[in-house]
Design a protein around this ligand. Structure first.
Ligand SMILES: [Fe+2]
Length: 417
């Protein structure tokens, strides 16, 4: 008998793609949208146009957006990112910087909004989620643009990198506050590129015991000769919550840390979930001191981005299930870690499955947290707004969306200009 393959987790339950683009105005709100919130919450994720993909990370990008203004929730839209791949016009060359999807995150910088993925140029997105075209910084950007850039709150610079299976492998870039690419510097975790997997149409990465991870430490503004390598315990990290330097030069990084990932290949559904881990690197040290900060399974660590590169004190993360295929079996939660005081608080979404929550600053206090939560009972999603200082309290507002928003990746708040 032929073996019947189970539906992979990324095509099942609320991971499954939606089939239509819709627009809905004057959304119902439970609670009250803070009037200070005027802008767009937009979140990217994989939503394969034809309903199938070789891995959760490979589907066409779809952005779900909710516009808030003067206490109202004006509209909801979902739009695919019109990449050449989406249009069926892309080359299959995995190194084509215009050949990928744009499904992982969004960043707003210097008046532009980009949809990002790890292996392509940034794709510009308009205010109603329309696709405007690739940005190559006047032809100066010749590597991919990471989906996980950071904006320095003091200088307004956008720091990012691009990696490739071919030399120079890793390039670090800086765009200035006006959006011009002003610096590109050619310069490894134990997940390695596997060309055999690339040719089979899945993610070209798998676990390797033969490769030890290390962190590259490069003083800002310095040349590649100043790069220093620091050893860490084998593991994997998609997401760094923040990194900063203490007064004595010790570096502190808070990361969502996996003991192991994708042994045997990227479709391995079961792996131990990530936990919040702190790496401390003393001045001149060649090995990090590592501490698990919590037992809970978490992902999507975020901070108040006005503290990017500075001591953050507070970090927010989504509590996840035991693995991607089991995360729908119980209520999800959001955790606020007050790391400066060793306390934490939690908001459990009864009957709900949260996606990433972004921090939004404003008002006089700690601001808000905002993200999509799938409501199992309603079979649709809400945009939930929590008071960041008191996450355990009832939501400040719950914007009822007319449909479910599939589990996706990263969202961001883009205030009106
Ligand atoms: Fe990510």
């Amino acid at each position: 008998m032929p073996e019947i393959e189970a539906t992979p987790y990324w095509l099942d339950g609320n991971f499954a793609p939606v089939q239509e683009e819709i627009t809905s105005f004057a959304l119902e709100v439970e609670g009250a949208v803070p009037p200070e919130l005027c802008g767009l919450y937009a979140r990217n994720g994989a939503n394969p146009r034809d309903g199938h993909s070789g891995h959760w990370f490979l589907g066409d990008g779809m952005i779900h957006g909710v516009a808030l203004r003067e206490g109202r929730a004006d509209w909801y839209r979902n739009r695919w990112v019109r990449t050449p791949r989406f249009e069926g016009r892309a080359s299959r060359n995995p190194l084509d910087l215009r050949g990928s999807v744009a499904n992982t995150s969004l960043v707003a910088h210097a008046g532009r909004t980009f949809a990002l993925v790890e292996n392509a140029l940034p794709m510009r997105i308009g205010p109603e989620l329309e696709t405007l075209g690739y940005e190559d910084f006047g032809g100066r950007l010749t590597t991919p643009f990471t989906a996980h850039p950071k904006i320095c709150p003091e200088t307004g610079e956008l720091h990012f990198f691009g990696y490739s299976p071919l030399p120079p492998y890793l390039t670090y870039h800086v765009a200035d506050a006006a959006g011009a690419l002003v610096r590109s510097l050619s310069l490894l975790l134990p997940v390695v590129f596997d060309m055999g997997l690339a040719l089979r149409g899945t993610m070209p990465f798998a676990w390797s015991d033969a490769h030890a991870p290390r962190l590259g430490v490069l003083p800002r503004g310095a040349g590649a000769e100043a790069l220093r390598w620091v050893a860490v315990e084998p593991g994997y990290v998609f997401h760094v919550g923040n990194a900063y330097e203490e007064a004595d030069g010790t570096l502190v990084l808070d990361v969502a840390w996996y003991r192991e990932l994708w042994r045997g290949g990227p479709s391995a559904a079961r792996f131990e979930p990530a936990r919040l881990r702190r790496w401390r690197i003393g001045p001149g040290a060649d090995r990090a001191q590592e501490t698990d900060l919590d037992e809970r399974a978490i992902e999507f660590p975020r901070i108040d981005e006005r503290r990017t590169g500075l001591a953050h004190g507070v970090l927010y993360a989504v509590q996840t299930g035991a693995g991607p295929d089991e995360s729908e079996a119980r209520d999800g939660a959001l955790v606020r870690y007050d790391l400066a005081h060793g306390r934490d608080a939690m908001h459990v979404f009864a009957g709900g499955i949260p996606s990433e929550f972004a921090h939004v600053s404003g008002g006089s206090g700690e601001g808000w947290l905002m993200g999509f939560v799938y409501d199992r009972v309603r079979g649709a999603s809400d945009l939930v707004i929590l008071a960041a200082a008191d996450v355990a309290a009832a939501p400040v507002a719950r914007v009822r969306l007319p449909r479910r928003v599939p589990q996706g990746f990263h969202g961001t708040w883009i205030p009106d200009a």
